[in-house]
Design a protein around this ligand. Structure first.
Ligand SMILES: Cc1ncc(COP(=O)(O)O)c(C=O)c1O
Length: 321
């Protein structure tokens, strides 16, 4: 068995509520679409299936890698742009630093843009991954080979998409003082366990709650609550400080504070958000169902305009492809 970089990269959006579906129709290429998908791997663009990783790859055994989930969107001016690329790569840099891995934000920026251009992608999910490769089975990562790849996958936008049905997880989120809320590969085993349990009970997504009943986040998305027109962003030290969450706080003026699970029971609307999920209304948490979600819809529409470059006040969040 061999492991290819392509296999590591696909499918897109594994941490979101919705997996962005691959679609050629929704993706008008900036230039003629590449005949074969390209990935950026250790400094050059190569055919997606070409790179092979050693079976002793440290990250495969121990999760010693860091990744990002980023989106590019076709913009109203006919071009394309990556949404909040510097913020994503800065978060990735922090994860890499923690692992003792060198990470050059400028190189990663260039790699993201080069991959999008090579693949002719405008609406795309972007997956950069930095990881430790061959070098032995010890836990000391010093001296291990380091790798960086970027893959891009054409996507369809899911704004105002399905309304998620969520189960409360019996699993606890990785506590921040054991595993910091960054996008470290190994940390996502926690999300996989929660997702599996929720799906086994017929839900699409899991909600993490701490030992005291405070809401943490979903497996790959942050949570907001709306009550009497007031929007509140769930704050928890164990939750990933999401870039979409930050965007929506700035747009809505939402306050950010700890939220107990009982508050979700009494809420008018609940929604989840993340780069892959975008703004995802919640239809149900366990047996509690939610009705119409006008505030969520309004925020989703505002977000949709911003990512597509319709708002002059927010174009600084876009990196042109
Ligand atoms: C665990 C977790 N929480 C929240 C989010 C949302 O973060 P962002 O909005 O930066 O994509 C993600 C997605 O990356 C995630 O993996």
């Amino acid at each position: 068995m061999s492991v290819t970089a392509g296999a590591v990269a696909a499918p897109a959006g594994p941490t979101g509520l919705h997996t962005p579906a691959s679609t050629d129709a929704a993706n008008t290429p900036l230039r003629a679409a590449a005949v074969r998908e390209q990935v950026w791997f250790d400094g050059e663009l190569v055919e997606a299936g070409a790179p092979r990783a050693d079976l002793t790859t440290h990250a495969m055994h121990y999760g010693s890698g860091v990744f990002e989930g980023i989106r590019a969107y076709a913009t109203v001016d006919g071009g394309a742009a990556v949404f909040r690329l510097p913020e994503h790569l800065e978060r990735m840099r922090r994860g890499a630093e923690l692992l003792g891995m060198s990470f050059d934000v400028r190189q990663a920026t260039a790699a993201v843009l080069a991959t999008l251009r090579a693949n002719g992608h405008r609406d795309a999910y972007i997956r950069p991954l930095a990881w430790f490769g061959a070098g032995g089975f010890g836990l000391d990562v010093e001296g291990h080979a380091q790798h960086l790849m970027v893959s891009t996958t054409a996507t369809r936008v899911h704004l105002n998409g399905q309304r998620a049905r969520i189960g409360i997880s019996p699993w606890r989120r990785n506590p921040a003082d054991a595993l910091p809320p960054l996008k470290l590969c190994g940390g996502y085993v926690n999300s996989i366990l929660a997702k599996r349990e929720a799906k086994a009970r017929g839900f699409e997504e899991a909600l993490f709650v701490d030992h005291d009943g405070f809401v943490v986040e979903c497996t790959g998305a942050n949570v907001f609550v709306v009550r009497d027109g007031t929007v509140t962003a769930v704050e928890h030290r164990d939750a990933l400080p999401g870039i979409t969450r930050d965007t929506l706080i700035r747009l809505s003026g939402a306050n950010s504070r700890a939220v107990h699970i009982d508050e979700l029971q009494d809420a008018d609307e609940v929604f989840a958000c993340g780069t892959a999920a975008e703004v995802a209304p919640v239809a149900q948490i366990e047996s509690r169902t939610y009705g119409d979600n006008p505030v969520t819809r309004a925020l989703a529409e505002a977000y949709a305009g911003i990512i597509r470059g319709e708002s002059a006040d927010h174009v600084h969040w876009l990196t042109r492809v």
